[in-house]
Ligand binder design. Structure first.
Ligand code: COA
Length: 415
């Protein structure tokens, strides 16, 4: 079966996480992704957080599946020539260098566009235009500057960054959407275009609900669903809300059986208005269902803490798995807090391809996160990440270079 992006050739000038997460998705959709790395160093993440000496790290392998890899000194005249040939024959160039690095290499948008007017140039930078434009950025910088950290954590603690890589992989997702949209527009316009994503913007986009709350706070002075409500005055900015639900339905993390020794024996419980009678029944408080002091979301708001405490009395009598099984029958929205160990071993995630086992030629077998977007007409087979320079000769052959020319380029350290 063909794949969604069959026939699309992508120069993958990305490194670390944000760019590679984008190009990996495009490779899974069928694009021919050619990763271009520096001759001696390669992508720095090949060597970072290694668990096996001299073997590409999981950090690298888990972000670079299904790609080909070449080494190329794109600052040398011969390297620039090869890069130009690649640009002339490709559809997309993706990069996430520090601001100005591509221009310093001579690969300005004007140059790329003149070599191939159909080319799409896609970039991730830390910040968009403005006072931070020239700054480098990493995941946690983006989380702080994008509004996530100031609104994550508990009211009496410092700002907290989340382990979900919303700055890096979040930017990668945004960029991938921009690229496929630009490919689609090219069908009618015949032209490529520049696609840019700032990590700060990507995080902010994912923190949209907090900008909503900022404006609600400024208008009304309170945020009724926040844990501070009725306990503490609100300040001028959206406070950290702990584990309170970000939506219109109150929610909490509740202890389950075994919480004293297992730090993940918890569930997330949402007190959706529609299931209030069912919740009362499950926890053995049937009289609450018709109690006017409790039977509307508005009436419950000031007493949420005590209501959740009562529900927690019930959840602590059962394992988190049993709680979910029971609540499932009452349509109560809830989910277990799963450890990474539990996720890695989860048979449903393995059956659906969301966790897959990959065989790396040097590392051997390891688990990775599979394609999260399931497409009925574009199946995904996850293959190993490439070794450094594994496809240099093959790619140069395709560009018309002969074996002696390739050997000479190798001697001159261009590849
Ligand atoms: N041949 C020759 N030179 C190459 C090359 C190649 N194949 N690939 C990269 N280089 C050069 C670059 O041109 C640059 O040179 P210059 O500084 O002389 O212009 C140099 O290598 C280093 O690139 P840079 O991007 O500055 O790497 P860094 O390690 O200093 O910074 C980041 C890393 C991630 C902080 C930075 O790239 C960045 O801010 N990127 C944008 C935001 C981002 O994506 N961050 C998240 C990463 S997960």
């Amino acid at each position: 079966m063909k794949k969604a992006l069959d026939g699309i050739k992508i120069i993958d000038f990305t490194h670390v996480q944000s760019g590679p997460s984008c190009t990996q998705l495009l490779a899974w959709m069928g694009a021919d992704v050619i990763k271009v790395e520096r001759v001696d160093e390669g992508d720095a993440t090949r060597k970072q957080l290694r668990d096996i000496p001299d073997v590409d790290s999981l950090y690298f392998t888990m972000l670079n599946h299904n790609k080909r890899a070449i080494t190329l000194n794109t600052k040398s005249p011969e390297g620039k020539e090869i890069l130009d040939s690649l640009i002339a024959t490709s559809d997309v160039l993706v990069e996430n260098f520090a601001p100005g690095a591509l221009d310093r290499m001579g690969m300005t948008w004007e140059h790329i566009h003149s070599v191939n007017p159909r080319m799409i140039l896609a970039s991730v930078k830390g910040f968009g235009a403005g006072r931070y434009e020239e700054c480098k950025s990493y995941e946690n910088v983006a989380q702080c500057a994008g509004g996530a950290a100031s609104t994550t954590g508990f009211d009496d603690g410092v700002p907290v960054v989340t382990s979900a890589q919303i700055g890096d992989s979040g930017s990668g997702l945004h960029l991938a959407l921009g690229i496929v949209s630009a490919l689609f527009q090219r069908v009618t316009s015949g032209r490529g275009q520049k696609v840019s994503v700032a990590m700060q913007d990507a995080v902010l986009n994912l923190c949209r609900v907090k900008l909503r709350d900022q404006q609600r706070l400024e208008r009304t002075g309170v945020l009724e669903e926040y844990p501070q409500y009725t306990h503490k005055p609100f300040g001028v900015a959206v406070p950290r809300a702990g584990n309170a639900s970000g939506g219109g339905q109150p929610g909490a993390v509740l202890k389950c059986k075994g919480w004293e020794t297992d730090q993940n024996a918890y569930i997330y419980f949402i007190l959706q208005a529609a299931v209030w009678p069912a919740v009362c029944k499950v926890i053995g408080e049937e009289s609450w269902a018709d109690d006017e002091a409790m039977n509307t979301p508005q009436a419950r708001l000031p007493q949420l803490q005590s209501i959740f405490q009562r529900i927690e009395q019930w959840t602590t009598e059962h394992s988190k798995y049993d709680v979910v099984e029971i609540l499932k029958h009452y349509n109560v929205p809830c989910g277990p807090v799963l450890s990474m160990k539990e996720i890695a071993e989860d048979y449903d995630l393995q059956a659906s391809g969301s966790i897959v086992e990959v065989n790396h030629p040097v590392r051997g077998k390891y688990k990775t996160v599979g394609m999260p977007i399931k497409m009925s007409d574009s199946p995904v087979d996850i293959t190993s990440s490439p070794l450094r320079g594994e496809h240099t000769a093959a790619v140069l052959h395709d560009l018309g270079y002969s074996e002696p020319e390739i050997n000479l380029l190798r001697e001159k350290h261009v590849i």
